[in-house]
Write a protein that binds this ligand. Structure first.
Ligand code: BMA
Length: 373
């Protein structure tokens, strides 16, 4: 059992009522969004943060789940290593817009629906990213062979009506994600991420900040008009972007609930130093922006592929985020079909022992602790 931290970090407490109020202004009949945002704000004020893992229940190192109907217990590499599930389950909707039965990584949307409901039932939190296809070329998210794709989907432009059909499919799926009492499950929705990079069609090379903001607001308004009152909107540029760059495409306080960023470590030595330096300065920036805009803050994606550093969890990641006020940190997926594509420990993996130390820390929140919050 982990020791629950009593000490309260008071510096962030002052921001809770504002965050809660912000949520209240948009409170919808079932107020699940507000409840979750308050919980996340409280964690952050207490100096605690949730640990999240992408696709944790769907596959892991050398295994993949075939039971779509939720008849067998949920397996997870994280659980196999530390005995508990991640507090946050990350899922990706890429492919749903095309009407595909499984997402771009082969996860069936039926299985995903079951997992989301089960994780919520167990007291966990869910975040949804969306590696959507390129609406102009039909290529992947990474197809940036054509310019102005963002503009193409805006009102009055040729791709708009088709794009609304995509949004419809996403909204319809999310509307089905209800708890046992028929209430919409609150979800952290994180579209159009890493836009300060050049790899996605919605990236910085494609569009003006104004186009990007319009696309975000259009999406927000459309989803809200479909009755999706349960979405917590997360904005996540890349790590290492300065304040102006971070805010350049910011759609506005009315359209965002969480300020986050995505950033990975890409090697030892200098690369570790670069990662840590960027983490620390971006954390300071986010903390400041979070207070100024009354927003929650989070590390929406991070990791070190194949975790070659056996003490990475406590000596690097922790160093980068400790005391930052984030409400969660999420590491990327453990692919079952790509030998060297994993970001979380699994039994026998060399950083597992250090991960257990990370798990044992009072500030890291996994599922069992979250459900008692
Ligand atoms: C990337 C990689 C890809 C994957 C995509 C969407 O970071 O993990 O293999 O398809 O995310 O999950």
């Amino acid at each position: 059992m982990k020791i629950i931290r009593i000490a309260i970090i008071t510096t962030l407490i002052a921001s809770i009522p504002a965050v809660a109020l912000q949520a209240c202004r948009r409170t919808q009949p079932d107020n699940q969004k507000e409840v979750l945002m308050k919980k996340l704000a409280q964690l952050s004020a207490d100096g605690e943060f949730c640990f999240g893992h992408q696709d944790s229940y769907f596959y892991g190192k050398n295994w993949v789940r075939n039971d779509v109907r939720n008849e067998t217990p949920w397996k997870s590499d994280i659980k196999d290593v530390c005995g508990d599930y991640p507090a946050i389950l990350g899922c990706d909707l890429g492919g749903l817009e095309m009407g595909d039965a499984a997402n771009l990584d082969g996860v069936s949307f039926d299985l995903m629906r079951e997992a989301i409901k089960a994780h919520h039932r167990m007291g966990g939190i869910i975040t949804l990213s969306w590696h959507q296809r390129n609406p102009l070329t039909g290529g992947s998210s990474w197809d940036n062979t054509r310019d102005s794709v963002v503009r193409y989907v805006l009102p009055g432009h040729p791709g708009h009506m088709e794009y609304i059909k995509w949004l419809d499919k996403i909204a319809d799926y999310i509307l089905e994600l209800k708890d046992d009492n028929g209430r919409q499950i609150p979800l952290i929705f994180r579209p159009y991420h890493e836009h300060t990079g050049k790899w996605f069609w919605w990236g910085v090379q494609d569009s003006s900040p104004d186009d990007y903001k319009q696309m975000w607001r259009m999406t927000y308004k459309y989803m809200t008009s479909k009755g999706l009152a349960n979405l917590i909107w997360a904005y996540s540029p890349n790590l290492g972007t300065d304040r102006d760059g971070y805010m350049r495409n910011y759609p506005g306080d009315d359209y965002v609930d969480i300020l986050g960023y995505d950033g990975y470590q890409f090697g030892e030595g200098l690369a570790r130093y670069t990662y840590l330096k960027a983490m620390k300065s971006d954390m300071a920036m986010l903390k400041d922006l979070g207070v100024k805009h009354n927003k929650l803050i989070a590390v929406t994606e991070t990791g070190y592929e194949t975790i070659p550093d056996r003490v990475w969890w406590t000596k690097t990641l922790l160093d980068g985020i400790r005391g930052s006020g984030i409400c969660y940190v999420l590491v990327w997926r453990n692919a079952h079909d790509k030998e060297r594509h994993y970001y979380a420990p699994f039994p026998g993996e060399q950083s597992s022992e250090d991960f257990i130390k990370f798990y044992d820390l009072p500030e890291t929140i996994f599922l069992n602790e979250l459900k008692n919050k």
